[in-house]
Write a protein that binds this ligand. Structure first.
Ligand code: PRP
Length: 219
């Protein structure tokens, strides 16, 4: 995978969290609690990709700590609806940063994305953007969302997309069409099935997070 993809360390803790939330028997409450732990890790990993400058501080014992500070102005843009699941963790890390919204929904039959609405911070072209998009399957939705950001003046290099799960084909497609965009993900999946669902997958992330899944829906 190319250098623009940042995969969280696949350690035992992360695999244990994935094991809980990928289980079709996982309750709604448990899904929210444990997926938020992963989202927090994703958010911290994304912050690690922001530009920094040197900053020295004097410690309480009078010594100098030669440190760093993040120099970028930041905002998040949530791809409604599933992206809203990541907003709380972003808000906890960056309480004063603006959050934009893009509403894209896939056609249930064709799986093609349709843009319904966007509302972005007016100075977004001067900011780094964390694009909150839990699922990267065909990458149609993600590319449509990135297109909205680029249209608003955001350079690709200032876009960091946060996926919970990514398909190899989706990652390849984003890299081919938007080579400057970086992606942080907690899993690169085996691939997509004939219905464009991720395998082994997690189901419909938005439905499971917001508690709106049909009892029989196991996407
Ligand atoms: C899901 C998911 C992504 C998209 C990924 O959204 O949240 O936005 O599909 O698939 P793609 O890479 O093939 O475009 P969906 O349209 O199901 O709406 P939701 O956010 O309400 O779940």
């Amino acid at each position: 995978m190319d250098g623009n993809v940042h995969l969280l360390p696949q350690n035992d803790m992360l695999r244990a969290l994935h094991t809980i939330i990928r289980d079709r028997a996982c309750t709604h409450g448990s899904f929210v609690f444990h997926s938020r732990r992963v989202i927090r890790l994703l958010m911290e990993a994304a912050m690690n990709l922001l530009p920094v400058g040197k900053k020295d501080v004097v410690t309480p014992v009078g010594a100098t700590y030669e440190g760093l500070e993040i120099t970028a102005e930041l905002c998040a843009v949530s791809v409604i609806r599933a992206g809203d699941s990541m907003e709380l963790e972003f808000r906890e890390l960056c309480p004063a940063a603006p959050i934009g919204k893009i509403l894209i929904q896939r056609d249930k039959q064709t799986k093609l994305p349709r843009l319904y609405y966007s509302h972005l911070p007016p100075d977004i072209a001067d900011r780094h953007v964390l694009l909150l998009e839990p699922m990267l399957a065909t990458a149609g939705s993600a590319l449509a969302a990135i297109g909205v950001l680029v249209e608003a003046g955001v350079p690709e290099e200032a876009v960091i997309m946060i996926n919970f799960l990514s398909s190899p084909e989706g990652l390849r497609r984003v890299h081919a069409e938007r080579p400057g965009v970086r992606i942080v993900t907690s899993s690169i999946e085996e691939g997509l099935n004939e219905h464009a669902f991720l395998l082994p997958g997690i189901g419909d992330f938005g439905d499971r997070f917001f508690g709106t899944a049909d009892a029989g829906a196991r996407r």
